[in-house]
Design a protein. Sequence first.
Lengths: 430, 485
Amino acid sequence: MKQLDYDVVVIGGGPAGMAAALKANEKGATVAIIERNDELGGILNQCIHSGFGLSYFKQELTGPEYAELFINRVKDSDIDVYLNTMVIDLAPDQRITAVNQDGMLVLAAGAIVLAMGCRERTRGAIKIPGSRPAGVLTAGLAQRYVNIENRKPGERIVILGSGDIGLIMARRLTLEGMQVLGVYELMPYANGLYRNIKNCLDDFDIPLHLSTTVTNIIGYPHLEAVEVAKVDENFAVIDETREVIACDTLLLSIGLIPENELSQNSGVGLNPRTNGPLVDEELATDQPGIFACGNVLHVHDLVDNVTLEAEQAGTAAAVYALEQKAAVSENRPAENKATITISPGENVGYTVPAKLTIPPQKPIRILFRVRTPLDQAAVVIHTGTEIFYQGKVQAYKPSVMEAVALHPEELNRLNESDEPITVSVREVKK
Amino acid sequence: MNHYDIIIIGGGITGTAIAHECSKYQLTAALLERGTDIGIGATKGNGGVVHPGYDPTPGSLKAKINVCGANRYPQLARDLNFGIINPGIFVIGFSDADEAVLKHKLEFGIKNGVRDLAIIDAGQMRNREPQLATTARHALYAPTATVVDPFEVAIAFAENAKANGVEILTSQPVTAIKKRTDGNFLVNTPNQQFTCTYIVNAAGNHADDVARLAGIAEYQMKPRHGDLLVLDKDMVNKPKTVMFPCPGPDTKGIACIPTVHGNTIVGSTATMLDDKEAVNNYAPGIQALIDGVHKILPELDAAKIIRTFAGLRPVVLDNNNDFYIAESPTVKGFIHAAGIQSPGVASAPAIAELVRDLLDNAGLEMVPKADYNPYREKLTVFTELSLAEQDALINEHPAYGRIVCRCETVTEGEIIAAIHGAIPAHTLDAIKRRTRAGMGRCQGGFCQYKVIAILARELGLSADAICLEDAGSQLLCGAVKGGAK
């Protein structure tokens, strides 16, 4: 059994974990990354398509290439990396228990960065009726099989969900010699990035069926067909449109869920709108010394944003850990910070952060997503009584994460009151 | 060709309980299961409640068997090392009419010998279950009721039977049964032939089909289908008591059931079907489950559903929904243990004893084995060990330090042990039932490819050959274009 002590422990060695660890290390903290896979890189390792790093590196990289740039920097640093090591408990006293084939590890940390990423929504969660045969799997699992294990999940594929993973897999499966019969999407609009619709579906003549869902799974012991049907504006199935499609594989790309079981064990409060931790502008959770970044905090579409967010969390974690060390040795009492909440308002699904320390000392970025597509709308940040930020009119889509940068001067008026802030996106009537 | 005193047809909880009972005696026996694993029929398609016995009519065979079987469970769980919890049952009444039914069931229960039954009021109910609907007025409380994972019980029975000399054969569907002139049976499967003196028909939904192979047409069967849901372990305010509404004529109704491992099951609907293979889920059934459980627990979060599944209860028609346990009047030596619908799980140990008596009456000498071993050691479960024990285990066997299933914290060591266990596991679902790998909230999203790789390696097969459950359920179909074969 190993007992270890670090200033900052980062749970997860994907893009979020690596960026956080590097920044923390730069700040002078001793850092460990705990990664359950046999290599760093996280989900990027199986994302062999390009489109990563357009803004952060000003290059168009594949997932593994983007990851490699960080992996090399981690290797060149004195960050301790524990591969094939899984954290199985994060206790309320913040002790970390992990396991690998050399035995159990117990780690004490001055600060912890949660970077565990997310999991895929499953068939059971949307309760698709029918048989339960082989041939039904999530798009990410299929991506693992095709890109890393070199195996085909089937020959004739139906994809449910027009999220990015489904769109990318529609193209990938086609390139690898399988037949993708179509992508079916419950909503009346596609969920993924526009460029993926063009590059993955249009370019390969793969039809996209909106307002359609899978209503039955047919065949046993192996999938033989799915039934699809159109839905109305209330998502009720329109019976006359039911249609059976012969296929041997159903890929589900129906959403990602931040993986916060460890966070919950340690008492970290979650935002029910994101299923990720509630954080302030420093990405600090409500458990002192625990920070969160990347998909575990909220699901991102661009890894470049993950990196920026993680750098912020890693810096904050290191500053916290080193200050705590200094405070303990100088016998300083703990500081109590006042905060106000940031709430999602009209048309907004959620915001990160969910609270803001006042008085604000540094510029902050508020990230948010709208709930529904809006052609002409503007973001408005307001308290109950006054508006203190209005953005320009633009189109908004749920699949695009938006950011508003605010400077302390813009927020100064908050010093006087401690009213909560609301972020709304208001439609502009022509 | 192998000759046995007894061949048991069907490896569900009934067949394996009978095998377990027979293994106590000096006789030869084999169990033939048509599927790839033990317990994959009706046994795995229910909520695992060990009903204490207030439902059956006093004096009926079912009443005796139910109570006797249920009472065996605590000792069996200790001896055979399977998981069991004691959440008790509330049968909940919402009206005066319901109260009359509850009093009726209380009477039945007392007459049948169920201990500690009582009618309790809303306040007492809410002490135990604060989330209970405010419309709940009273309940029949059965504090002795237990819950198991029925497929684990079947595997435990089968492993102990095998350790004591009963042959347990899977992937052996019976295709023909002939009575020979010497009075013995000739039993065929696609690739083997056996003879035996006695047959026990424990073939679940197919008991009538198996009986027909032997020229017997004493009863007809149809499946009564039920949908079920599984909810996440992390659900807040999850119930700690099994809670049913007042029962109907054919079914106990839609209950919430805490499971051995901390999930909540909601089940089950009840619809007679014709098709014995249709273990599907149906949209109206799933909705009925959600609506039904909301009558008891209005705040139960349906977003916590992680899986839907279904089961077919084997029903012998025109038999008052009763069990059909008897020697055939037309074919001597052929013993039926058929129509084992609810309370099948609870009754299994007592059905086994009854079948033993029937075999005895039919002329089979039942001499107890002096060296019968009633104990079964179960496979090591990593999460049940202390930190120091985990460390020591890994130092001895590093495979226990490699976590495969993250959601349920299942190690490679456990999976390897299950593959090579007493009743070996060769499919994804067999591994899932023995180790819980794939039962978590990601439903195998992260671990499936790892489990397939481990199975392929340990069995010396290609990944493409690995099946989900039944023959023909391969998950992968060849290398990608241009990829390494």
